[in-house]
Each structure stands twice: as structure tokens, then as C-alpha cells.
Design a protein around this ligand. Structure first.
Ligand SMILES: [Mn+2]
Length: 394
């Protein structure tokens, strides 16, 4: 597809005339026969037409500048947001596989641990969890000459990494899809209309003309990020480009059904029982507002012996009811109250999150934090419903 104007040798991105692997490797059987040239041509033409199918989202300036920085950097670090989700991990590891493939010295540093059902992602064994290896994480960040900031729009989202990244002399490249990015990077590749940061990583690699360096493990990570940030392609995923990209990823050999199962069919018994409990006992409906709210206290959370990430997805379930367009999930954590918001249609979760809880996010998925009691957070949520009643009651 991208006709590799650039390939890498010895860690440097240089010009080459390579044709993308997706195009050639699908026609290997005929390679030794007389048909080879003919078939090769068909595939090449097909690939050429495909190049045009992927709209150019990232600006040429950003691509050229990022490429220069990659070429001249030796020690790279990829950082992402606290409580890393599928997209944070998928984009970070996808980029890590790509840069490692170029022979670069690159590490992924995450602020804290991530859910166990992402442990299978290729490369997680190389991830540095800063909370557990603080000294090593700060050394890596301090001595880096290039830092990639993935899947967050403000440095405070990196929690314990915030000051380390701020103080590092490294050049910084942001790749993200959250609204209103703060200016803390030398290059900002920010596209809030994209499904995921992982989609942007794919586009970033392709625009540099290096699709052939998207290995199967790299594709697996990128696909996982796109899948989890779109609820397995059930929201924020109607652009044809998304399925074009998925098709390209599948050609590397990944098994999308297996990936789905590895992420979504891995629940513990505690998680499944807790789900039954919250839906039966804890789901409150505000019929006039087409809204539902689930709350969960720290005590309840502990009673079911659930692990980090085990309540992920609860907030989506009430949206499966025909009359519900807005769903809130308020969970008491050790040091704060976590707010998750989801909607279907055009109700703006991000506006609600910002105006009521000082948080942010996307139209159909947003969140925030609240410091106070669970009861106060619920009262605040209910005030918000009043404030947004025009949009909710229609
Ligand atoms: Mn994301």
C-alpha cells in the first residue's frame, strides 16, 4: 500500500523502492512460475490503488519532522497514561515493535500496572511499570533523547511520570486522539476524530512509508488498541478507513477472533458475579432522563475479590436497553472516586465530564475523578442530569 519510499537499514530510515509486504507476500505461490510477473503486477497495481484508499490524516510536516527525530535519536522511551487500557498498551507496544524492528533502543514505561487480560500482548514482558521500578524508570526517561507520549492529552495523565517527562531534555512527540491537547511536545500528532491512538500509530508508520515493518506482533498490538477503544467496533468506528486498516492488519497473519477472546472472554468468577450484583442491586434508572447509574463502594469491590480492570465494561451494559442513552458508573477507589460515562447517539459525555467533574474524553465515552464521598459524587451526577436535561429528555 504505501510503497515504501523509505526502508530502514541499521536503524536509519532511508529511501528504497520496496513494495509493501501486504502486496507481495500474498502472491508467493506463483513466484517461480511464468505467471509470477503477471500476478506480481496485479498485486502491485492493487496495492497502488489501496494507497489512495487510506486518507492522509497526519500532516506531511509532522511526518517529516518525526522521521528526522527518529533517525537521529538513539535512546527512546514510550510513555502512556495511568491505568493503561487496551489502546494505551496497544499503541505503545505497536510502536515499540516497529521501532525495535528498525534496530532502535526503545523502552515502554507505564505509570502503573494494567489488567491481567492484556498480559498476553506480545512485548508486555519488556514493559517497565514505574510504580514498581521507580529508579529504573526515572533513569530511562532522564537519559532518553526522544520520548513518545501516547494516548493522553495532558502530562498529568501520566501520574508519577509527569515530572520525569517534564524535566527530561528529550525531544517529545505526542500521538493521541483526545480533545484539546496541552502543548508539552515538540511535535503534536493529535487527531480527536480517530478511533484510537493505535489507529494513529498505523497511519504514522504507513505515512513514513514503512508498512512492511508492521510485523505480526506489531499488528496484534495495534488491532487490540483499535478493538478495545471502539467496544469491538461497535462505536466510533463507522469510517471505512478503519476497516481498510483492519484488513491490512489481518494480512500480517493476526487472528482477530482469538484476540477478541483473549481480551473479552477472560473474566474471573468474581467479576461475573459482581456484574450480576451491580445490575440487579446497584443499577439506578432515571427514566425521564433516559439515564442509568451504577455505583460501587470500595467495600463492595473488595467483597467480590475482583482485580484491577475487572469493572471495565460495566458502564456499557445499561446502554443495551432501548430507552437508555446515557450511562454513568461511579466507583469508589482508595484515594478518589472514579467516574465513567458512556452514551449512544449524540449525547456528549465529554461535555458532561468536563462541566460536572472537570474530566474529559470523547463524545460517547468520557470520564473524570471526584474527591469526596460516594454520596457527594452521586449528588453531583444528579445535578448534572438537571443541567443537561434538554439533551437527555428529548
Ligand atoms: Mn485511546
Amino acid at each position: 500500500m504505501v510503497f515504501g519510499l523509505f526502508a530502514s537499514r541499521g536503524g536509519k530510515i532511508i529511501n528504497s523502492k520496496k513494495v509493501c509486504r501486504g502486496a507481495i507476500s500474498r502472491a508467493p505461490a506463483a513466484e517461480k512460475t511464468g505467471k509470477a510477473v503477471y500476478i506480481r503486477k496485479i498485486y502491485t497495481n492493487f496495492a497502488e490503488s489501496k494507497t489512495k484508499m487510506l486518507t492522509k490524516i497526519i500532516t506531511e510536516d509532522n511526518i517529516q519532522n518525526a522521521k528526522k527525530l527518529i533517525n537521529r535519536s538513539q535512546r527512546m522511551v514510550i510513555v502512556t497514561h495511568t491505568s493503561p487500557d487496551g489502546d494505551a498498551l496497544g499503541s505503545s507496544l505497536g510502536l515499540w515493535h516497529f521501532l525495535s524492528g528498525l534496530g532502535k533502543n526503545v523502552r515502554v514505561v507505564v505509570p502503573d500496572n494494567y489488567p491481567a487480560y492484556y498480559k498476553w500482548l506480545p512485548g508486555t514482558d519488556k514493559i517497565i511499570i514505574a510504580e514498581w521500578m521507580q529508579k529504573y524508570a526515572s533513569e530511562l526517561i532522564a537519559s532518553a533523547d526522544l520520548i513518545f507520549c501516547l494516548d493522553f492529552n495532558e502530562l498529568r495523565r501520566t501520574a508519577c511520570l509527569e515530572n520525569l517527562v517534564k524535566e527530561s531534555k528529550a525531544r517529545k512527540i505526542l500521538i493521541d486522539h483526545h480533545l484539546n491537547p496541552a502543548q508539552f511536545c515538540d511535535i503534536a500528532i493529535s487527531h480527536p476524530d480517530m478511533s484510537s491512538t493505535s489507529e494513529l500509530i498505523f497511519r504514522f508508520i504507513c505515512r513514513m512509508g514503512m508498512f512492511e515493518y508492521v510485523s505480526e506482533p506489531c499488528a496484534e498490538c495495534i488491532y487490540t488498541g483499535m478493538m478495545t477503544d471502539t467496544g469491538a467496533f461497535t462505536f466510533n468506528s463507522s469510517r471505512p478507513d478503519i476497516f481498510f486498516i483492519v484488513s491490512e492488519l489481518l494480512q500480517t497473519g493476526i487472528d482477530k477472533d482469538a484476540i477478541y477472546s483473549k481480551v473479552y472472554n477472560q473474566y474471573s468468577v468474581g467479576r461475573v458475579r459482581l456484574q450480576g450484583y451491580v445490575l440487579y442491586e446497584k443499577m439506578k434508572l432515571y427514566d425521564d432522563f433516559h439515564t442509568s447509574l451504577i455505583t460501587l463502594s470500595l467495600e463492595e469491590h473488595q467483597r467480590f475479590n475482583v482485580q484491577k480492570g475487572d469493572t471495565e465494561g460495566f458502564v456499557n451494559i445499561p446502554l443495551s436497553m432501548g430507552n437508555i442513552i446515557f450511562s454513568g458508573f461511579i466507583r469508589e477507589d482508595k484515594d478518589m472516586i472514579k467516574i465513567s460515562l458512556r452514551s449512544k447517539g449524540d449525547f456528549p459525555c465529554n461535555r458532561f465530564a468536563t462541566e460536572i467533574f472537570g474530566g474529559g474524553g470523547h463524545l460517547n465515552a468520557a470520564g473524570g475523578e471526584f474527591y469526596g464521598t460516594l454520596e457527594d459524587a452521586v449528588a453531583k451526577f444528579e445535578e448534572g442530569l438537571e443541567k443537561f436535561k434538554e439533551l437527555l429528555k428529548k
